[in-house]
Design a binder for this molecule. Structure first.
Ligand SMILES: [Fe+2]
Ligand SMILES: [Fe+2]
Length: 265
């Protein structure tokens, strides 16, 4: 099977939505595919996993190089050490990398899985405003109200993390939260956080945050719980892996569980 048929499947699974930043980051649609691995990010570890499993196509939630969203850096950044190492590995193993980013959120079962993992009341999709549909689905009511401090502990247990960070009044009662999986709570995604606050989220539970974003959320009247980027994105990647596998019975389809890069002391 050619890669193009598999990338078209991802768009079908996203209910016909292909975001502007999604597409081929390495390789081409006419390449024959030996197997597919769904990954959070095409790191060297993920690439080695693909090769070990005999799969030459990676479907990745995140970008391949770490500068593509700031195109003015592109000329020089292609020669940065990490980018060269990734590129050399891809070239020497003739791998394909297809970027399936925000479109993962529109795959059936993804937002439902987030609601279940984070302990939200089930929510029926409301498609009146497609532009904010996916973000709106990530905002919901907790099964029962609790203090921010209790919520932080609850989320830590639900995600099986050793620690989380929290900003806001620990005694504040939280009823409605936003799930800012992955990098939604980095300062570069301030507009996403603004949408969450505008939709009435009292606390944003993010994958990964920074001090700029923390103050942005505080000044916007919200609280913030910072968890882990790959751990929260893996939730979507895993549901998408299951959907791709179901739809490609003749092709080996694998999942690479990207670990958190951090160790705490
Ligand atoms: Fe991302
Ligand atoms: Fe992410």
């Amino acid at each position: 099977m050619q890669a193009g048929e598999i990338s078209k499947l991802t768009t079908r699974l996203s209910q016909g939505i292909r975001n502007g930043d999604e597409g081929y980051l390495f390789g081409a649609p006419d390449q024959e595919v030996t197997g597919v691995v769904l990954v959070w990010k095409p790191t060297l570890a993920a690439m080695r996993h693909a090769v070990a499993k005999g799969c030459n196509m990676m479907i990745s939630h995140e970008f391949l190089y770490d500068f593509e969203y700031t195109s003015s850096y592109f000329q020089g950044a292609i020669n940065w050490k990490a980018n060269i190492a990734r590129q050399n590995y891809l070239k020497s193993n003739s791998l394909i990398v297809y970027h399936w980013h925000g479109g993962m959120l529109s795959v059936q079962g993804v937002t439902e899985k987030y609601h279940q993992v984070f302990g939200l009341k089930p929510k029926r999709p409301n498609r009146k405003d497609l532009k904010i549909f996916c973000l709106e689905m990530m905002v919901g009511e907790l099964q029962k109200p609790m203090t921010l401090a209790k919520l932080a502990k609850d989320i830590k247990a639900r995600l099986k993390l050793k620690h989380v960070r929290m900003i806001g009044d620990p005694q504040r009662t939280i009823r409605k939260i936003a799930i800012g999986a992955g990098g939604d709570t980095l300062f570069t995604n301030a507009s996403t956080m603004n949408t969450f606050l505008s939709l009435g989220a009292e606390a944003i539970v993010g994958g990964e945050s920074d001090a700029y974003a923390a103050n942005f959320v505080l000044d916007g009247g919200g609280a913030l719980i910072d968890t882990d980027h790959p751990v929260t994105d893996n939730i979507a990647v895993q549901v998408c892996y299951e959907a791709v596998k179901r739809n490609l019975p003749g092709v080996p389809v694998e999942y690479f569980e990207s670990p958190s890069p951090w160790r705490c002391f």
